[in-house]
Design a protein around this ligand. Sequence first.
Ligand code: GMT
Length: 395
Amino acid sequence: MLFVELQNNKHKSQRVKTKFMKIGITCYPTYGGSGVVATELGLELASRGHQVHFISYAMPHRLNRFVENVFFHEVETSTYPLFEHSLYDLSLTSKMLEVIEYENLDLMHVHYAIPHAVSAYLAKQVRKKANKPIKFITTLHGTDITLMGLEPSFMPLVKFSIEESDGATAVSRFLKEKTLTNFNIEKEIEVIYNFIDIEKFSPTEDCPYRKRVASCGEKVIVHTSNFRVVKRVTDAIRVLSKVKKEISTKLVLVGDGPDRSECERLARELDLQKDVVFLGKQDALPEILNASDIFIMPSQSESFGLSALEAMSCGIPVISSSVGGLPELNIHNETGFIAEIGDIDRMAKYTIDLLTNEKKYRSFSNNARERAVKFFDKDIIVPKYVEYYEKVLAL
Ligand code: GMT
């Protein structure tokens, strides 16, 4: 760990002691929310002077530019013909050990319990044997607890790896409680919410993207996800079919995944093929959100709902289901509306209510932005991770 005395620019007379850490981050590099949070966290830590080493099988997709203090270590899996299956978990452990040793890491922070926490636990044991201890923190994101982790064959291992983590965080109160009860764990779990760059995701008037998806006067509902079945994207299409009977509206779907073909089929079946715009994976999220009026998240399971936060930060009210951590983010009748899972009629009714009531819409839009700024700004949340790292390292 580097201890550096900094001259604080704002208060020239005050000298601030800052501890810069060397942190290893392991995450899924794909489009999922856990990978986005892990990558954005790493980039933020690096911009605050910490050194960050990402360890994964591919470059996280938001790590697409050169950033000082950020390093990427690719985990290569063995292709020896004897192994019919890839030994990713072991290759990951080996890469962690290499980076911990040669980059002199202070801490490993793994995102998503399986298999990352298990690999980190193994690395920790190897270091312990060599008398060179390393600590690791596990951040629980959602389906590692609510879906995958509940598979009977995985359950004991997930429980063990959380219990053996030197620190554990969850992205909502809901997820913390679920972890404690589902796995019968007594450990302290810190709740650290997802965060947002409120400058990047900010409201803009007159977004040129709107013209590309909707004609003048038409409203736009937007949804972004990885199109897994738990996202219930088909519900968004059914909501559109009801809303369209009252107001001329388009539904913009961003992302891709296993349920996309079914969504395309349903759009054709409901004769909505011209009204549902499938954009696929996109990087220009702030622009697309700013071209929209309502964000819809009808999920069956959602530990927090990062993409709804991205929308709120752009001042877009959210219509969501009531599951998981969503009520901790989206406040009913204030930043949007909440309905029971699958209650398409109610979601449609709420959408029409907002789209036909300009004053109410403005107030919800302001509330959504204000809530994102006040509670989920990266400058509020990222220091909580740093404090937590320091706390765990000091134990
Ligand atoms: O299901 C996803 O969209 C991906 C998943 C993940 O772990 O990659 O997202 C989870 O983590 C996000 C970041 O913490 C949360 O905002 C999402 O709510 C959560 N998804 C679910 O719980 C289904």
